[in-house]
Design a protein around this ligand. Structure first.
Ligand SMILES: CSC[C@H]1O[C@H](OP(=O)(O)O)[C@H](O)[C@@H]1O
Length: 340
């Protein structure tokens, strides 16, 4: 499954606000088209956001007058980084695609950025499959009944997924027994998107309301928890979808292994701890309304923190393409990926 399709002159995004009941593709031809799609969560998921932004800048390089690309694109790149604040993949991908500008022959900037964006997308897919291999072997030792949160599959990562990639690899190896999918209010990445991906592949699952997870652990349903990430600090503190922190506390209380699966591009080793990670707060309307229809009484207010930060000491291991990092993360992550 692909949620992002790319050509030199356009980027097509599967509108994730319409899934699972409608398949609507958005066609983007400018950086602004992509910026708006990221902000509206029509494309979402840390790696997918990064890849889309990279293609958005390549499109802008094609749209701008050739003689103005080098002077104007850096400003567009800085603006693109503000589309959403938490997923470090956005910032990393923008910097990576912009580095192609320095190396591009004059007059061929757009083609150079497009090639770099394609390289980012294809590398991410290969990385995801490696994370799946590493994670499947490691997590299976705990058992095959896995709880996951949000959506970390093809829809979040160009293809295959990170945490959901581990579950795909376990399913392929015959070690996955069942997936428990947190619905993940209010956007319902779990109930709408993860369920959509798992159903497509015949992987057995049940959706749980977010508030069921703790009791499911008490009932002995869960062998391990595997989630994704949007930014991981040097000490292993991990920003991820709101509700992840609660899952980690519950898993710790119940003695259940809790894993994060993420690529190098989600690590922010410049941050010493999760205290520095910017947490996106989205419109209260996304809580008080169900995709536009009012749920709460008129005038009700809400706080909508879109992410939380799980302290490294609650994380059993961080599954990456280079191996599984174990505490202490300051040492293990640096050993796997270097200083920064
Ligand atoms: C594989 S990264 C997916 C990551 O991104 C999600 O956030 P959002 O849906 O708001 O983009 C969530 O934190 C997932 O774990």
């Amino acid at each position: 499954m692909r949620a992002i399709r790319y050509q030199p002159d356009r980027l097509e995004l599967l509108d994730q606000t319409r899934l699972p009941h409608e398949t609507v593709w958005l066609t983007c031809t400018t950086a602004e088209d992509v910026y708006r799609a990221i902000q509206a969560m029509q494309v979402r998921g840390a790696p997918a956001i990064g890849a889309a932004a990279a293609f958005g800048l390549a499109l802008e390089a094609r749209r701008l007058p050739a003689e103005e690309v080098r002077s104007r694109l850096p400003e567009v790149a800085a603006w693109m980084k503000t589309a959403r604040p938490t997923a470090v993949n956005l910032m990393q991908a923008v910097d990576e695609v912009m580095s192609a500008l320095d190396e591009a022959p004059r007059g061929a900037e757009a083609d150079a950025l497009y090639r770099r964006a394609v390289a980012i997308a294809e590398r991410d897919i290969a990385t995801n499959r490696r994370i799946g291999e590493v994670g499947a072997e490691w997590v299976a030792r705990h058992g095959g009944r896995i709880l996951t949160h949000c959506n970390t599959g093809s829809l979040a990562t160009v293809e295959y997924g990170t945490a959901l990639g581990v579950l795909r690899a376990m399913h392929a190896a015959g070690t996955l027994k069942h997936v428990y999918v947190d619905e993940t209010r209010p956007y319902l990445q779990g109930a709408r998107l993860t369920a959509y991906e798992l159903k497509e592949e015949g992987i057995p699952f049940d959706i749980l309301t977010d508030s069921t997870a703790g009791f499911a652990m008490k009932l002995g349903w869960i062998d391990a928890v595997v989630v994704g990430a949007d930014r991981i600090a040097k000490n292993g503190d991990t920003a991820n979808k709101i509700g992840t922190y609660s899952l980690a506390v519950l898993a710790s209380y119940h003695g259940i292994p809790f894993y994060v699966a993420a690529p190098r591009t989600t690590l922010d080793l410049s941050m010493s701890s999760g205290d520095e990670i910017p947490i996106e707060e989205r419109s209260a309307d996304e809580v008080t309304h169900w995709f536009g229809r009012p749920v709460a009484p008129e005038g009700a207010t809400a706080r909508h923190l879109a992410f939380d930060v799980t302290p490294g000491h609650l994380i059993t291991g961080i599954i990456t393409e280079a191996g599984v990092a174990l505490p202490p993360y300051e040492e293990s992550l640096t050993r796997l990926f270097g200083g920064g």
